[in-house]
Design a protein around this ligand. Sequence first.
Ligand SMILES: NC(=O)c1ccc[n+]([C@@H]2O[C@H](COP(=O)([O-])OP(=O)(O)OC[C@H]3O[C@@H](n4cnc5c(N)ncnc54)[C@H](O)[C@@H]3O)[C@@H](O)[C@H]2O)c1
Length: 358
Amino acid sequence: MSQLLSFDVTHTPPVPKTRPGIGIIGCGRIVRNQHLPAYVKHKLNVVGVTDPSADATRAVAEKFGITRAYKDADELLADPAIAIVDVPVHPHIRGPIMRKAIAAGKHVLAQKPLCNDVREAAEIVALAKRAGVKIAVNQNGRWSPPWRTASRLIQQGAIGEVMSVNHLFDLNVSWIVGGPFEKGCENFIIYDYSIHWIDITRVWLAGKTFSRVRAQSWRTPNQPSESVQDWACLIELQCTDGSRHAMNCVGCSQSDVKSHPFWIHGTRGAIRGSVEANDHVELDVGGNVTRFKLNGKWFPDGFAGSMGELICAIEANREPENSGENNLLSLQLTAASLESHRRGGEWVSLDASEITLA
Ligand SMILES: NC(=O)c1ccc[n+]([C@@H]2O[C@H](COP(=O)([O-])OP(=O)(O)OC[C@H]3O[C@@H](n4cnc5c(N)ncnc54)[C@H](O)[C@@H]3O)[C@@H](O)[C@H]2O)c1
């Protein structure tokens, strides 16, 4: 037991030494509800904000005590007090904004998915590299306490080599009906929601080679006729050595209890838990089960994780673990899942051309 307890399971957001100025382009729901509450809680330095809606800009600035409300992105990018630009707009408009920010010499934190197109994402990553600025992606789930604890345990070899990852979304997706995600993207459940689960799986399967992907989404019997997005989906990722990921979104649950259980099987043991509802995580090695105490929540603390990691990387002049380059595989796996769905659920190899999220 003492050996189990010797693992470092620190899972709170990284704490930077400095507080570089942050400018936020886009003042929508996720900024109001998660980015800014997280930045305030973790004492990060937001210098200013902008949004094409002057009302949205003003409301966010007033609510969070932000002194600079810029008339547009150009004005924000011209401000030398801003070192990092946070870009939480929808992906089809994110590309041009990120290019401008990089050209202005700013570091960038992009919301997920980084881009709709894997090639465009790779181009932007290369652009940032040439400009000598860092680009990170807001895969904030990596800092959700149960997943972060699991990542720490895996990195320290607690369960040996990871062979299998299973996720379940035990929830009801009715909350998207009538909202922007219904019409704003081709497939909300695969492309917008599942990307966090795909991203964490490839963190846990680090070093393996993904070979193929199979996915499908569908309408559940209890979806109202006016809802246009599929609520349920199944996504499988396979590696060349037989390691695999399976993710099953129930979508139609009528239970009041929501959870996202996960199971990770390794050559020496297993990790079980749930994230984003019913949060917990436990390590099982040879029948010795250790349950870990968790501090914080994915929402909002995970958002301080993504930004904190970017700032720490800037300070140390290293790549952030959530770098744009690192994210290309997550994006590619998500795009391949969507492509598989378009092809009726057939296996799609990762080198398939023309895979986009658009
Ligand atoms: N867990 C997460 O990390 C998480 C959760 C929810 C949403 N998201 C992502 O965040 C992004 C935004 O989602 P949301 O729910 O906040 O959307 P939203 O529609 O509420 O907000 C988008 C904002 O962008 C603004 N905007 C549009 N064009 C702009 C431009 N050219 N320059 C600056 N601002 C512009 C809009 O006016 C709006 O205020 C999406 O990519 C979504 O996938 C991430």
